[in-house]
Design a protein around this ligand. Structure first.
Ligand code: DGL
Length: 269
């Protein structure tokens, strides 16, 4: 089966990227794969991420023929993108921390980068900083607790619980007087509203959705291949997860997809 895009993340983090694409560029068909069996990627080693992701993509390619694969996860992208490009012929679009944009908009040159521990440690991230924000001080924070909160609790959490989950990040960055905060883990985009409210208008909270989605569409358009969507004005997107899950977890993922208008595919067989 042919499809325009496959989006991959360890959980629900990449969903805001897929939704951004279907909103801004209607007419494409997307499949979303949450590798929940291997969540969280941010706590794995470099080698383990490449190995795990390679197996997952081999499995996906037995089921569908995507025109483009969007790695909608910073951790996977900064770690494995070059290995994936060597191994597979399908075009990939990666999601990397929006350091270039931050370097352009920061006026006090103090930038916060909120990510997973793996992203914080990968040399790729430091290279982005030295290439695109050499005149800035970038404070990096890995926040596994926040990733886990968003994956497991966020959809049904109260406002108080969300603000509580953000406390560590807030304390870390507010004492460093940043004026720009990069959401460098896709999961965090689900809490953009709360993060912006917490840091206030003097801090620009940014992410990479626009750049990633534009690049994904550019790749398809430049290949001259027709869209697979049902019409030029509607998009189709369907969610799959990996690994056995209990009924409660399945119910909570499927309720979230319903709220977001994403079709339910179930477990990736
Ligand atoms: N959503 C992923 C990212 O952008 C990380 C989540 C995880 O640790 O699996 O980095």
């Amino acid at each position: 089966m042919e499809i325009d895009f496959v989006f991959i993340d360890s959980g629900t983090g990449g969903i805001p990227y897929m939704l951004y694409l279907s909103e801004k560029y209607p007419g494409y068909s997307s499949m979303y794969v949450a590798d929940t069996e291997n969540f969280p990627y941010g706590e794995k080693t470099h080698e383990r991420i490449i190995e795990t992701l390679t197996h997952l993509i081999e499995k996906i390619l037995l089921i569908v023929e995507p025109k483009v694969i969007v790695i909608a996860c910073n951790t996977m992208s900064v770690t494995a993108l070059s290995a994936l490009r060597e191994r597979f012929s399908v075009p990939f679009v990666g999601t990397v921390p929006a350091v270039k944009l931050a370097g352009k908009i920061s006026t006090n040159k103090k930038i916060g980068l909120l990510a997973t521990e793996r992203t914080v440690q990968e040399p790729y991230t430091d290279k982005l900083i030295s290439d695109f924000a050499p005149d800035c001080t970038v404070y990096k924070r890995g926040d596994a607790g926040l990733v886990s909160f968003i994956e497991h609790k966020y959809p049904f959490s109260t406002r108080e619980e969300r603000f509580k989950a953000l406390e560590g990040a807030y304390d870390f960055f507010s004492s460093r007087s940043i004026d720009t905060l990069i959401l460098a883990c896709t999961h965090f985009i689900h809490l953009t509203k709360e993060i912006q409210e917490l840091f206030g208008p003097s801090v620009a909270v940014i992410d990479s959705r626009e750049g990633v989605v534009k690049q994904a569409v550019r790749l398809i358009e430049s290949s001259g291949i027709d869209r697979n969507g049902t019409s030029l004005h509607t998009s189709s997107s369907v969610f799959y997860y990996t690994g056995n899950k209990d009924e409660k977890t399945i119910a909570s993922y499927s309720a979230l997809m319903k709220t977001l208008g994403v079709s339910w595919g179930g477990m990736l067989a």
